[in-house]
Design a protein around this ligand. Sequence first.
Ligand SMILES: Nc1ncnc2c1ncn2[C@@H]1O[C@H](COP(=O)(O)OP(=O)(O)O)[C@@H](O)[C@H]1O
Ligand SMILES: [Mg+2]
Length: 238
Amino acid sequence: MDPKLFVLYENEDWMPPLRRELERAELPYEEWFVHEGSVNLGEEPPVGIFFNRMSPSAHTRGHLESADLTRAILAWLEGRGRRVINGSRAFALEVSKVHQYEALRRAGLRVPHTIAVVGGPEELKRAAHKMPLPFITKHNCGGKGLGVVLFWTLEEFDRYVHSDGFVPSPDSVMLLQEYVESREPFINPCGDRRRGVFICGPGRHEPRVSALSFRPLRDGRRLLSHDGPSSSAGRRKL
Ligand SMILES: Nc1ncnc2c1ncn2[C@@H]1O[C@H](COP(=O)(O)OP(=O)(O)O)[C@@H](O)[C@H]1O
Ligand SMILES: [Mg+2]
């Protein structure tokens, strides 16, 4: 069998541009949708180059298992000496903000103070007492702003962790993080509105909007607030 490119993926939306380019380049490739399946360690992987495009937000599309299966596949491919683009080291970084912050810190970049918490409400509340206010929560594994909620008081946080609105990170690691106030106190929706809103600075194509603090999005996410007490004393700007 001639070698080809194998594309490991989970998010169908990311595929059309890649397909177009691979076809234009006339490269032989095969798509490998990774969700449920098996890895037979008694067999050799096919011959080729493997391109891992697994998404850390796979669980939001009903594919919670995809990341674990990807890890197993990558171990198998790398163990047999196959060339992998976005191999297990890159993937470990992709699915963990803790890994990302440590990599950034090692590279000399400042990152907001962060506590990673595994455990239920009591563990979260214990960790919250060590955080300066305000702080945010964030999923260790995710993307799209999953789990990002801003808290101005510990009471609000206590209520949140006991509420139905609390959604744990798919890897059970919840981050508590120092709130970094944006230099420009507004948010601007841009990008593909069907998939949500990216929070960013002033855009060229969109009118400015005032802060849409905690505006619930249809898929259950919340938009980060820039409202709150007017005093910004004690808050650090990156
Ligand atoms: N420490 C923080 N302080 C203030 N806003 C934050 C902070 N961390 C994240 N945000 C806001 O939440 C968004 C999503 O957070 P991010 O760390 O980029 O996670 P994701 O992987 O979900 O994109 C950011 O674009 C930013 O607007
Ligand atoms: Mg982001």
